[in-house]
Design a protein around this ligand. Structure first.
Ligand SMILES: [Mg+2]
Length: 243
């Protein structure tokens, strides 16, 4: 038995290797658009994409702006470097974004050990497992299914379907209502992001565990309540079963 009844697990960089998917899909996208130097362009694209997602978390931009901006910057950069071998074959920026979504939706790569961890967690008496993610519905569902994690996790909450992104308290209110347990103490939020997972748990009063595979605490950690930190899946399992 655990004092936690519901474990809310973030997807990207908690159960799924987002960076592995991002990189392989980006490279496949560049190849299909006949754009060269895809490795170098990935190093350009990845930090831009990451900083735009941070702006979205802080509600400074919306999703269409994020999707538009990341690929318009990329295509401008590729054009300035003359890496685009067939300019007439490049569709609109939003179409490029949709091609990327399609590739990403088929690319759910679990972090090593994730399946075993969930398998063990599943067998702990009296707990149920849900996944919580900020993202696009088609991509999130596709990645979840292609990773086979859906066989181990009961529910998947996607911000686009919920109508609010983590760390908005309304995202967590929706989850509690859907699960049918309004006591935040019965939950444990596990995630790698201070700004979405830990901030969200702080907002709604749920206990939380920061998953940091590097052991490095992100900037701003001292401003938040972090109940537990875990370096690996074994530590999360112990936190749940010893509670
Ligand atoms: Mg994450």
């Amino acid at each position: 038995m655990s004092k936690y009844k519901h474990i809310l697990l973030d997807l990207d960089e908690t159960l799924l290797d987002f960076h592995a998917s991002e990189k392989s899909c980006f490279i496949a996208l560049m190849k299909s658009l006949e754009i060269t130097n895809e490795q170098e362009l990935y190093e350009f694209f990845s930090p831009i994409n990451k900083s735009l997602w941070k702006l979205l978390e802080r509600k400074l931009i919306d999703k269409p702006t994020l999707f538009q901006t990341r690929f318009s910057k990329l295509l401008d950069h590729a054009a300035s470097k003359e890496y685009i071998t067939n300019p007439s074959g490049i569709p609109s920026v939003m179409e490029v974004n949709n091609m990327y979504f399609k590739l990403m939706s088929q690319s759910g790569i679990p972090i090593e050990g994730a399946h075993d961890f969930l398998h063990r967690l599943q067998s702990v008496d009296g707990i149920d497992l849900s996944a919580i993610t900020n993202g696009n519905t088609i991509t999130a569902k596709g990645r979840f299914a292609s990773s086979n994690l859906n066989s181990r996790i009961k529910r998947l909450y996607i911000s686009d379907e919920v109508g609010f992104d983590k760390p908005d308290i309304r995202f967590f209110d929706y989850v509690m209502k859907d699960i049918g347990d309004s006591n935040p103490d019965n939950y444990l939020v596990v995630g790698d992001s201070l700004t979405s997972d830990i901030q969200g748990a702080n907002n709604c009063g749920m206990p939380c565990c920061l998953f940091s595979r590097t052991g490095i605490l992100p900037d701003g950690y001292e401003l938040l309540r972090i109940d537990q930190t875990a370096l690996d899946y074994e530590s999360i399992y112990n936190i749940v079963t010893n509670a």
